[in-house]
Design a protein around this ligand. Sequence first.
Ligand code: F6R
Ligand code: MG
Ligand code: MG
Length: 380
Amino acid sequence: MVDVGNCMVTISAIKADIGGFPGHRGMHPELVKTAEKELAKALKAKLLIDYRVMACGDDLQLIMTHSKGVDCSRIHQLAWDTFVEGTKVAKKLKLYGAGQDLLKDTFSGNVKGMGPGSAEMEIEERKSEPIVVFMADKTNSGAWNFPLYKIFADPFNSIGLVIAPGVHGGFNFEVWDIEKHTKVMLHLPEDIYDLLALIGSPDKYVVKRVFNKKGEIAAVTSTDSLHEIAGEYVGKDDPVMIVRSQSQFPAFGEVIEPFSFPYLVKGWMRGSHHGPFMPVGFADATPSRFDGPPRVIAAGFQLANGRLVGPVDLFSDPSFNMAREQANVVADYLRRHGPFEPHRLGLNEMEYTTMPKVLEKLKDRFQPLKGVEAGPGKKK
Ligand code: F6R
Ligand code: MG
Ligand code: MG
């Protein structure tokens, strides 16, 4: 183990769907084993300080610590090569969608824009450094907007914002417009309404990072949008998020509290539906009913000189039973709508699914409305 003392540590969470078992539901243990073998080699070569391989639904999650900083090409290459090795196994087992998220043939230094999702932060490890890595399946990257607002801006969620001097100053939100590829920094609490005006539309505006007023990073999310990269529907982004906790950051309980409400996210079956975000223990990250409902798991760690002490399965706790029950009730209610909105996404959002192919087939059968059919004000 490399002793990095009190210096900088980078946490990289990089994930990809390289094959589901069975269908798009879950993870085959051989893929986890293969990834562990690859990362163990990197640990031995001292490229990594530590790692954990995890799974959420059909997404393979590489949680790595190192001292190379964010966007390090050696770390990204390691993740890419690990997914390539995993894909070979997935193909051998004929797992479903083997290699699905490896959208490019050759690696070019960073997994961004290549299919996998990544969230990374470089921190100066504190005397004690509790972190939570959230992992989701069957939803998109905007799914973290709601909880990030609750954790870092809503005193009804995080009482620390009111009574803890360390967090009372508020937080700054870095918001990305993922369509226009621009970003804006909003300062909370003063910009609270501007923030909500943007991030209430999570398809376009996504919270990328949160900082405290000293400029220390508090949270980072993956914002990689699969349909933008592939130009067509290849699955949902299934994002990850890393959040620092305690002392000058919200407490663990405040960080996971937003998930006690199974808020609606986009994704679920064929990435085309609204559904409740169900917080589950690691063993239940198996979206089954109608390929869902969308799942979120939370892995708690303490860092010890970059070493990952954990994970602790934070949603494997009876206090989240009610959220799960409520999610099932909401799922049932929404399912009754079948193919009707608002269970099915609105038309604009369906453009990013397989829907355009269906409409293409009908295009020659559409006839213009004529005469009185066309109604007043229309050209005859
Ligand atoms: C959603 C997801 C699944 C698939 C569905 C159809 O993100 O992965 O709901 O969209 O199972 O999959 P294909 O088209 O591969 O048969
Ligand atoms: Mg899949
Ligand atoms: Mg997935």
